[in-house]
Write a protein that binds this ligand. Structure first.
Ligand SMILES: [Zn+2]
Length: 85
């Protein structure tokens, strides 16, 4: 784990959540980009905001910042398995 944990603020997370959820609307696709790809039981599942966590698209350890464009909402279980992001 890197020593500094960067977090996205609540507003950034909500904007990203709304954007992702809107993008998959009517497409029978999950609003979690990791669930949406591949073949799994959750690939068309729409998660609630409270079930998701923000993730850095470019990892923090590689210089990614905590701006909205580097924010991706993932089902919270992915993030926990993915400790260095
Ligand atoms: Zn997922």
């Amino acid at each position: 784990m890197p020593p500094t944990v960067r977090v996205f603020d609540e507003k950034t997370k909500k904007v990203s959540y709304a954007k992702q959820t809107q993008a998959v609307k009517g497409k029978n696709k999950s609003n979690c980009p990791l669930c949406a790809v591949g073949d799994n039981a959750n690939k068309a599942r729409i998660y609630d905001f409270k079930d998701m966590d923000a993730d850095h698209v470019s990892t923090w350890s590689k210089g990614g910042d905590s701006s909205a464009k580097n924010c991706e909402m993932l089902r919270s279980t992915h993030n926990r398995a993915n400790g260095n992001r």
